[in-house]
Design a protein around this ligand. Structure first.
Ligand code: SAH
Ligand code: CA
Length: 220
């Protein structure tokens, strides 16, 4: 489940949601539509969407990079929080899923803030790095294909402005990272990334216990 919280009992999770969640009606509808498709569980939780809106308004972020759009819940959350002249470069490979996203972005009147790049994110990151000789984003949300997480991390840190925020989703990987029984390559990649981040002196870090683990980083 998208909103599954691995740490709280279902009762407590539902109580926390009932006293904290303020989900705009359009996000509610996007969530409902997404939950009707088979891959619906990939959607971020509404609590995470709300947390990102708060982070964006706190940091006054305007230039955002997002890797992993799916049906656009996180993109729309971010787009609702940035000012009218803010921009999100949103990367995904699926036309089918992002067509659902586009419908809601249009309805919310935020599509002018979103530049959708339908192409493997690694290529986009390489192009961005080659075409600019300076960091350009003040906020990055990483939630694309997990096997590439280590590679994405390297590019993201380079493309992030000093004091910029990087949020990486699913860094506890359903708690497999903590269980040596899991030796599959995706789990190993996330484990290695977590170790690397811990030692990385270019960033301040905190792991937040949203559903599947969210690593919050500030570039120094
Ligand atoms: N943030 C989304 C969930 C993302 S799910 C939300 O709020 O709902 C992960 C997404 O990564 C999927 O939509 C998938 O199409 C995309 N993805 C997979 N491989 C990719 C790649 N190589 N480059 C960019 N996106 C990719
Ligand atoms: Ca995710």
């Amino acid at each position: 489940m998208a909103s599954k919280n691995y740490l709280l009992t279902p009762e407590l999770a539902s109580y926390v949601q009932s006293i904290s969640l303020r989900e705009p009606e359009i996000l509610q509808r996007l969530r409902q539509e997404t939950q009707t498709i088979r891959e619906g569980k990939m959607q971020i939780s509404p609590e995470l969407g709300q947390f990102m809106r708060l982070m964006v308004s706190l940091t006054k972020a305007k230039n955002i990079l997002e890797l992993g759009v799916f049906t656009g819940y996180s993109t729309l959350s971010l787009a609702l929080a940035i000012p009218d002249d803010g921009q999100i470069l949103a990367c995904d490979v699926s036309e089918t899923w992002t067509n659902i996203a586009r419908k809601y972005w249009q309805e919310a009147g935020v599509e002018h803030k979103i530049n959708l790049r339908l192409s493997p994110a690694l290529g986009t990151l390489k192009d961005l790095t080659n075409n600019t000789n300076r960091p350009i984003f003040d906020f990055i949300f990483l939630d694309a294909d997990k096997p590439n997480y280590l590679r994405y991390y390297t590019y993201c840190i380079d493309l992030l402005k000093p004091n910029g925020l990087l949020l990486i989703d699913n860094t506890l990987w359903e708690f497999k990272v903590n269980d040596p029984e899991y030796k599959d390559s995706t789990t190993q990649t996330i484990r290695t990334l977590n170790d690397q981040i811990h030692k990385d002196e270019r960033v301040d870090v905190s792991i937040l216990l949203f559903c599947d683990g969210l690593t919050l980083l500030r570039k120094r």
